[in-house]
Design a protein around this ligand. Structure first.
Ligand SMILES: Nc1ncnc2c1ncn2[C@@H]1O[C@H](COP(=O)(O)OP(=O)(O)OP(=O)(O)O)[C@@H](O)[C@H]1O
Ligand SMILES: [Mg+2]
Length: 270
């Protein structure tokens, strides 16, 4: 007979086991970020090491100021660490030239912010099309992909509405479509439900889970909502710029599922 604990552990891990044998999609090694302004220094990240397997959905929790946004920005290459290295699919972001980093930001990662940051005077479809236009697709191609994505997030009938006319929950759906229209592998979301009421919080989270699965995404979601966090595959907790739930769990749990000889150890470490 299987104990409830073992059953729970099994059901929490399907995507981790599916990912074993693969290297982490994204990995941070000893990430430190120090912000300086004049004389003062703020240590936002004090040495964070983490690895996220392809297909995992990870929740990032921690009190305000603990470094969640800073960490997401480093993983998205929106900012650079003071020291330490971010690896994407085994490649150090620090080794990329500026044009390669641009490419990484616009192809590999989708980012959803707490405040949707849509252009209010543009339609939902135009907002979603924007990343494709920036990367050189024609307007026709970009708008047609945008409309397909709006349909996927349940907003087909709002495609031609100006985004400023949409509700908060609808705007966040548009923002999710915009984050995914370039078909990134990694979805990073910084308190995507932070401004929403309970009902919209639930429906946005369900949408993100559905898209995560159907598009085989790897997702990292910063949130203050602990009940949402517990529905992710794994929870990482930050406090004062350090992970308190240590990430050894990744290697430990995965190791039981990796055939002998296969290694999940980060490259460059034995
Ligand atoms: N650009 C910046 N310049 C100076 N200090 C910064 C900067 N960005 C973040 N910080 C500081 O770094 C620390 C971590 O901030 P961060 O925004 O990552 O926290 P957070 O966990 O996302 O908080 P919240 O839950 O409120 O969003 C804080 O002390 C913050 O004041
Ligand atoms: Mg934040």
């Amino acid at each position: 007979m299987t104990s409830p604990t073992a059953a729970t552990v099994e059901t929490q891990q399907p995507r981790i086991s599916a990912a074993t044998g693969a290297q982490p999609l994204v990995r941070g090694e000893a990430l430190r970020k120090v912000f300086r302004s004049g004389e003062s220094e703020v240590v936002a990240l004090a040495g964070v090491t983490l690895a996220v397997a392809p297909g995992e959905m990870v929740a990032l929790i921690g009190p305000s100021g603990s470094g969640k946004s800073t960490l997401l920005h480093l993983l998205a290459a929106l900012d650079t660490p003071t020291s330490g290295t971010v690896y994407f699919a085994g490649n150090s972001l620090a080794a990329l030239a500026e044009n390669e980093l641009e490419d990484f930001r616009s192809h590999a990662v989708g980012f959803v912010w707490q405040r949707h940051q849509l252009l209010a005077d543009f339609t939902a479809a135009e907002n979603v099309a924007m990343p494709l236009l920036i990367r050189g697709n024609t307007a026709g191609e970009a708008l047609s992909s945008a409309r397909a994505w709006l349909e996927e997030v349940g907003l087909a009938d709002r495609a031609e509405h100006r985004s400023g006319e949409l509700s908060g929950g609808e705007q966040q759906r548009v923002a999710i479509a915009r984050a995914l229209v370039t078909r990134p592998k990694l979805l990073l979301a910084d308190e995507p439900t932070g401004d929403l009421d309970e009902r919209n919080t639930e429906s946005i989270f369900e949408l993100m889970q559905r898209l995560h699965r159907s598009h085989h995404l790897t997702s990292i979601l910063a949130t203050h909502n602990l009940s949402l966090a517990q529905r992710a595959d794994r929870v990482l907790a930050l406090e004062h710029g350090l992970l308190t739930s240590d990430d050894a769990g990744f290697a430990h749990r995965a190791s039981g599922r990796v055939a002998a000889g296969e290694s999940l150890a980060p490259e460059g470490r034995g």
